[in-house]
Design a protein around this ligand. Structure first.
Ligand SMILES: [Cu+2]
Length: 103
């Protein structure tokens, strides 16, 4: 739980601190492969709480929040779905793209 809250704070912090985000925007975006299950969704912030397996080269298996910036992509998802996605990391900013629902 502590890890989840810390991760959410990181993500939300990055969204509200515009100057720092701008300063980081020249950093290259790194992309990693995620596989996991959506446990819950927060509509106002478009954050998915995902129980994910190991993300190779980035982090161990855990449950944490990931924003989906693209509204249409967020809205097609539901809790309980198993997904794969790209995890994009740029400085303190983390977000998902290419979210694909698995059978
Ligand atoms: Cu994680």
């Amino acid at each position: 739980m502590k890890i989840l809250l810390f991760a959410l704070a990181l993500v939300l912090g990055a969204c509200t601190q515009t100057p720092r985000q701008e300063a980081k925007s020249n950093e290259p975006v790194k992309t990693y492969q995620l596989a996991g299950e959506i446990l819950s969704m927060d509509n106002p912030t478009q954050v998915l709480t995902i129980k994910h397996s190991e993300i190779k080269g980035y982090m161990e298996a855990m449950t944490m929040g990931f924003p989906v910036k693209e509204k249409a992509e967020f809205e097609k998802l539901k809790p309980g779905q198993k997904i794969t996605a790209d995890v994009n990391v740029q400085g303190y900013d983390i977000w998902l793209t290419k979210v694909a629902i698995q059978p």
